[in-house]
Design a protein. Structure first.
Length: 343
């Protein structure tokens, strides 16, 4: 293998300047040489160089662990990746690299004095609280966040997460607009609540789960990988979900449907894949817009509520994805200077 080419792809990737093809080439090389000690040593060296060159608020080391900046005690606190990333150092590094936004060694911090108004029940007054940190992602961007309580959160594209600089000793609350995968620490002993669009709240009673709650979507979806969560809307209990279950809530009416789902499909977006199970064409196109970073709109409003089930691998082009979606919807699309139009 050409070491210089590998170094080139690595640095291109973390700088945020690589093309989708170069990104795929980089991870294909990692896969092809996963047991090569030369690659492991090379990754060790590259990570050391990155850390020397970039003073960051958070750092992913060569074992796929995130070091938190701050005091000496905080820097020693790390969160190991789950066993599904295997024990190879290159695999852990590659998996987390894929999740962290390109060039995202520094987490942008923005302080505010109040939670998201969109995430508060209608008519309910928002009180002034302590300083909040706001993390945002753009289209086709992902970020990994490790909170001070060791909770690990992966943000999907076009998502905003807000959380207080200091959690209440009785309850932890965060505010989400968009999609994120949570692995919550100490859920049983210290309640953790995620407030999202439409007055929906998710109280963690277990470990890992996915929330998809974009404010402009027809549905909000909560899916559980392990453990248990409780769903409420405007302070009223809706459902308790356990492993392999999900709840779909219609944002406008509050109608909820509970169903079983497979763990493999719950958060496939973390590895670059995307799947839809009985979702409307309007919501699917909005997700594709985020996934590919392009503008997509529907000119035929009669297609908006058509329900479709489909999915795409990370290397699927936007045109191929639209070909499949339009065939299922008996629709067509065209490309213009602003993006794509489905009709």
């Amino acid at each position: 293998m050409d070491k210089e080419h590998f170094k080139y792809l690595f640095r291109l990737y973390v700088s945020g300047k690589c093309t989708p093809q170069e990104r795929d080439d980089f991870f294909d090389l990692l896969e092809a040489h996963k047991e090569d000690e030369t690659i492991i040593s090379l990754m060790d060296g590259l990570y050391s160089e990155i850390r020397m060159e970039t003073p960051s608020a958070s750092y992913v080391n060569n074992q796929g662990r995130m070091d938190l900046a701050g005091t000496a005690h905080q820097r020693e606190k790390v969160l190991p990746l789950r066993s599904r990333f295997k024990t190879y150092r290159w695999a852990a590094a590659a998996a987390l690299l894929l999740l962290i936004t390109a060039g995202g060694w520094l987490l942008t911090r923005q302080h505010t004095k109040a939670p998201l108004a969109a995430n508060t029940a209608p008519g309910k007054r928002v009180g002034v609280v302590s300083a909040f940190t706001s993390i945002r992602t753009g289209n086709h961007e992902k970020k990994v966040i490790v909170l001070t309580d060791s909770t690990r959160i992966v943000l999907n594209g076009a998502t905003e997460l807000r959380y207080p600089d200091h959690f209440d000793p009785e309850k932890r609350e965060v505010y989400l607009e968009g999609e994120a995968f949570f692995e919550v620490a100490n859920a049983a002993a210290w309640p953790f609540v995620i407030r999202s669009a439409g007055g929906m709240s998710t109280t963690v009673l277990g470990t890992s789960f996915n929330i998809k709650a974009y404010p402009d979507r027809r549905q909000a979806i909560v899916s559980v990988v392990t453990g248990k969560v409780k769903i409420t809307k405007n302070e009223k209990d809706i459902s308790i979900l356990t492993k392999g279950q999900e709840l779909r809530m219609t944002m406008q009416t509050g109608a909820a449907e509970q169903r079983n789902t497979g763990a493999a499909t719950i958060a496939g977006w973390q590895t670059g894949d995307i799947s839809f199970n009985d979702e409307t064409l309007e919501d699917i196109l909005k997700d594709l817009q985020i996934f590919y970073g392009v503008n997509i709109r529907i000119s035929n409003t009669g297609l908006a509520n058509l329900v479709i089930t489909t999915g795409f691998k990370k290397n699927t082009s936007i045109e191929n994805a639209l070909d499949v979606v339009c065939e299922l919807a008996n629709a067509r699309y065209t490309k213009n200077n602003d993006g794509y139009v489905v009709y």
